[in-house]
Design a protein around this ligand. Structure first.
Ligand code: 1CP
Length: 365
């Protein structure tokens, strides 16, 4: 049964396929929109607050993490907040030596490449989530009726950083490991699924209303590899939260060829939790037209996306035409939450984002 759908949560209505508890179509008051990476680099108030604090320290300071989460909601009037954190936070909480290097991204002191390395990974203790719980509770108290989205990195994307030890383009290390040493791969991906799933659960238990799994780099995998070596681990991550009744969102970039498998990863966790009638929300990147995405995943699947971030720097009329096209292409899906096809580029003019939100809210439907 779909519960908790209220007239004041247009985002959750769309995530649930616009259905109310009795199955009737609900018409939200406005078309919902939020932006991946809305919290952070493009905002001057973020850069000011972060001065002198490392990225991961700011994530683990509940007051700061909460304030950064709220900044884009105040500024842009978006329909959801995304929790300010990072996909490598569960690693740090477990005691793995990881940093976010400015201008680079996540870097590990010791990459994880052998069966012995995986066996030596520390256990993530439940108490370690205390700063996350506190930050989410503070944030939800301030947000009122605006939902907070929790998130985590999917096992493949997280493991990609762990094996490479730093950002990479082709993710050769993890892709080699899943074939050369499938047992070690499965052990590593299981560890990653456990910490990511529990990270999402901690956020939902503290008051977040939906959870998004970021498999940002899954687009480097062929269908056969995703199906054999990755899908079950992403399903396992979702299984940590599927019983909580909230919408689940699954996003990756360059994933047009595996979009149905990504939906199935979430749907299998929902089915295990007795939620056969709910569909995973599929996050679509800018490469795939939303009407084509619906053809690939089925009309019962709510979609999220997929404004091309590159067009945020194009002349306004070009951007406006593109946003209207995305809305038209998403009309055939059970629900549609507007978003970008990947994160906000750091150099984006924040006023353009505010204007995009105003445009989306002004278009009737
Ligand atoms: O130097 C800085 O100011 C830090 C930059 C930064 C920020 C603001 C990083 C380092 N992470 C974040 C926050 C963050 N990361 C959020 C906050 C909430 C929001 O969306 O507003 C989220 C959801 C993430 C998730 C994340 N981290 C992803 C998945 C999303 C995506 O963009 O694909 C990934 C791949 C990461 C790893 C990461 N962390 C930071 C960077 C620069 C990267 C990417 C590095 C790479 O290219 O491999």
């Amino acid at each position: 049964l779909i519960t908790g759908v209220t007239a004041d949560a247009p985002l959750l209505n769309q995530y649930r396929g616009s259905r109310t508890a009795d199955g009737a179509a609900a018409k939200p008051q406005r078309r919902p929109v939020w932006f991946m990476r809305q919290a952070g680099r493009s905002l001057p108030e973020y850069r000011k607050l972060r001065e002198g604090t490392t990225m991961l320290d700011s994530c683990l300071n509940p007051e700061m993490a909460s304030e950064i989460t709220l900044q884009p909601v105040r500024r842009h009037d978006v329909d959801a907040a995304i929790f300010f954190s990072d996909i490598v936070i569960p690693l740090r909480l477990a005691g793995v030596d990881v940093e976010i290097q400015p201008g680079v991204g996540p870097v590990l002191g010791t990459p994880v490449r052998s069966a012995a390395d995986v066996a030596a990974l520390p256990r993530l203790e439940e108490e370690a989530f205390a700063p996350i719980t506190e930050a989410v509770q503070r944030t939800v108290a301030e947000l009122g009726s605006t939902p907070l989205i929790g998130f985590a990195g999917a096992p493949f994307t997280l493991a990609a950083y762990m094996v490479e030890g730093r950002p990479s383009r082709d993710h050769l290390g993890p892709r080699t490991m899943m074939h050369a040493d499938p047992q070690t791969w499965d052990a590593l991906a299981s560890w990653a699924a456990d910490v990511s799933g529990r990270f999402m659960r901690a956020q939902l238990m503290a008051g977040a209303s939906a959870a998004q799994l970021f498999d940002s780099w899954a687009g480097s995998l062929g269908r056969a590899d995703y199906a054999a070596h990755v899908q079950k681990h992403s399903a396992a991550a979702f299984s940590h939260v599927a019983d909580l009744g909230t919408p689940l969102v699954h996003f990756g970039t360059g994933t047009g060829e595996i979009l149905d498998l990504m939906k199935n990863a979430g749907d299998s966790a929902l089915a295990l939790a007795g939620r056969e009638n709910d569909s995973t929300v599929v996050g679509v990147d800018y490469r795939l037209n939303l009407a084509e995405a619906t053809a690939r995943v089925g009309a019962e699947t709510p979609l999220q996306g997929n404004i091309d971030p590159a067009l945020l720097s194009a002349p306004w009329d070009v951007l406006e035409d593109h946003v209207r096209e995305v809305i038209g292409d998403g009309a055939g899906a059970a629900g549609h939450v507007l978003n970008l096809g990947h994160g906000v580029p750091p150099e984006t003019d924040p006023e353009v984002l505010t204007r995009v939100v105003e445009l989306i809210h002004s278009i009737d439907y």
